[in-house]
Write a protein that binds this ligand. Structure first.
Ligand SMILES: [Zn+2]
Length: 625
């Protein structure tokens, strides 16, 4: 029998906390909604919101006026007494966090600037009505969020229809994500009241829209009717439902040709666009669009658009741009390659068209529709274009929570963008080296004491370009090239896309999916890369020989652990590479590799010979020094 004190200690477990890099990551326990394998569980649920919208754009006053119906389905096991609605145009109103703080703009590598204050524009949305069954509902606005009291509790499996009307002045510069150029070009996002996500992890998710954090949205169907001056050409999420009313016979014939063409067909030529632009067409025209299984709806309109189209695998690839945007003649081919590449590598594009429009927005993504500026340098043009389309996979298909976890959409997307750029520019100096910029960025951005972990909220991030975009892209590159291998990695990421398309994954669902498909415990990897700013320093301490065995004394001098690739250089001039798996560090931060040399003496040793790791001290990677 043990003394009492020892019994108590035994019940409490070890008194010294486990500091092993391989200790379990404290993830939320799996349950019937989110399963232990990282897949949606048997009781997985998410809410559904369908929208019917009629909107009019008054270009003279730059005013958007909308009415509509939101059909909301409660698939949760909870009874809801109120709902939260996003009214993001209020980022430009005086009651928003952004206005109150008047924060400086966010700068990105390459010169893109996102000024969420709208460069001083003061606007905001006016909710004219928010009714159900003819009754005005009590509502409270908190900046970009609005709580609406339900007339009666909404039980599980219950549905409710909201009858709404609103208007807002269209900002000239909508925080970098929307806006207009005078009264001739409109790029419209965050333009209608959207249901806040209610999920099994946080319940309602009414985090304010401050700027850096993007969107977390429910899936549903859209029926959208837009009335604009009749000279405008409109591109939108969804397909046109009234082609005879909005397109000329010539445009319809050219579009039919484009549907069977891998090369761009000019639906509106440069000469036609220029002629349209100088015409004054009186009256208005009404466009009707329908979209299925999307988490948002955006649109763009201008009387000046050129319009190119082609098709890949039944997907219509469209580019709309002004005659002045000269490099855009190649944009359709760029878009075509992008959609094909991402579909074949990560999962098939699920919607009928993929469209990008040129304009003032520096780069923004919506389902089926992206906003991309004209950029002089071809490589930079491709990068922004492929990046915005990459968002069709993350987060338009895989509907993660962008407001909390930008690394799960911006980061995963940046990772796949490198593959896309490598493919489009294959065989060129740019294509063959572009991914190396991630290690250069590591040297610049991963500054101890200043760097923040990926899991940091975007609105608390001091260097969003690094924590949300580049570091997660580097993380997945290292996971692919050094830990799992290309085939296993790609199979795992494809399975994550397959499991979570049109759903709402959380970080743990991603971690568990990759671990289950690859058959590897990666808690050590996620901890270092996602939850900490651990740095890597692998070293060859020394090399010794006894008989025909050479001992390579290795050490791990940082907090991050990774497998080791050893290059052995022999006295006879030959060399070989050996992969030492992660288990080498199971017993601590020192490891001795025993190599039978068979009389061929080792003249040199290099750790990470291809320099694919962000090793913070490369001088100690080689022996002799
Ligand atoms: Zn992005």
């Amino acid at each position: 029998m043990l003394p009492l004190a020892a019994v108590l200690l035994a019940l409490q477990g070890p008194v010294v906390s486990d500091t092993s890099p391989f200790r379990a990551l404290p993830l939320p326990a799996p349950n019937r909604v989110r399963g232990p394998s990282g897949a949606p569980g048997p009781d997985y649920w998410q809410q559904r919101a369908d929208y019917v919208i009629r909107a009019t754009l008054d270009t003279a006053g730059s005013l958007l006026h909308g009415t509509g119906r939101i059909h909301y389905e409660n698939h949760s096991p909870d009874t809801l007494r109120f709902v939260w609605v996003q009214i993001e145009q209020n980022i430009f109103s005086k009651n928003s966090v952004t206005y109150a703080l008047n924060q400086p703009p966010l700068h990105f590598a390459g010169g893109a600037v996102f000024d969420f204050t709208g460069k001083g524009f003061i606007g905001g949305i006016t909710i004219e009505r928010f009714r159900s069954a003819g009754r005005e509902l009590e509502r409270t606005e908190y900046g970009t969020m609005m709580r609406v009291e339900l007339p009666r509790p909404l039980a599980p499996k219950g549905t409710i229809d909201f009858d709404i009307a609103w208007h807002f002045p269209v900002p000239p510069y909508g925080g970098g994500r929307m806006g207009r150029i005078g009264t001739r070009l409109y790029e419209m996002g965050q333009w209608y009241p959207r249901m806040v996500v209610y999920d099994d992890v946080h319940g309602w998710n009414p985090l304010p829209y401050i700027g850096a954090g993007e969107f977390y949205l429910e899936y549903g169907d859209f029926d959208v009717t837009l009335t604009l001056p009749s000279g405008f050409v409109v591109a939108a999420t969804g397909t046109v439902q009234n082609p005879l009313a909005v397109w000329s016979a010539t445009e319809r014939a050219r579009l039919a040709r484009a549907r069977a063409s891998a090369e761009r067909v000019e639906v509106i030529t440069k000469a036609e666009a220029t002629a349209h632009g100088s015409q004054r067409t009186p009256g208005t025209k009404t466009w009707r669009f329908a979209a299925r299984r999307v988490r948002d709806f955006a649109w763009a309109a201008s009387p000046d658009y050129r319009w190119d189209a082609s098709a890949w695998n039944g997907v219509l690839i469209q580019t709309f741009y002004r005659p002045s945007a000269a490099p855009w003649e190649e944009a359709n081919r760029m878009a075509w390659f992008t959609i094909k590449h991402f579909s074949e590598t990560w999962g098939m594009y699920p919607w009928p068209h993929a469209t990008t429009v040129e304009g003032l927005v520096e780069g923004m993504e919506y389902p089926m529709l992206t906003f991309v500026p004209a950029i002089e340098k071809r490589e930079d043009q491709y990068w922004v274009l492929t990046h915005e389309f990459g968002h069709e996979w993350f987060p338009m298909m895989v509907g993660s929570d962008e407001r909390r976890y930008p690394w799960m959409d911006e980061g995963f997307n940046s990772f796949i963008d490198y593959g896309s750029a490598e493919g489009y520019f294959k065989g060129t100096a740019y294509g063959d080296t572009v991914r190396r910029e991630l290690l250069t960025a590591y040297g610049v951005s991963a500054v101890p004491g200043n760097e923040q972990p990926l899991i940091t909220n975007p609105v608390e991030s001091r260097d969003l370009a690094w924590t949300a975009y580049q570091k997660p892209a580097l993380m997945l590159t290292v996971l692919r090239d050094a830990v799992l291998g290309k085939e296993t990695f790609e199979r795992a990421l494809r399975e994550y896309v397959r499991r979570w398309t049109f759903k709402h994954p959380q970080p743990a669902d991603f971690f568990r999916t990759i671990e289950n498909v690859s058959g590897r415990n990666l808690d050590w990897f996620w901890r270092a890369w996602v939850y900490t700013t651990a740095r890597l320093d692998q070293a060859v301490d020394s090399v010794g020989t006894a008989g025909d065995t050479t001992f390579v004394f290795l050490s791990n001098r940082g907090q991050m652990v990774l497998p080791v690739t050893l290059e052995l250089r022999y006295a006879d001039g030959s060399s070989e590479r050996r992969e030492l798996p992660i288990e080498m560090w199971n017993l601590g931060s020192r490891f001795t590799s025993r190599i039978r040399t068979g009389g061929n003496a080792i003249a040199g040793v290099v750790v990470d010979p291809q320099a694919i790791y962000p090793d913070v001290d490369r001088a100690n990677n080689r022996w002799p020094r």
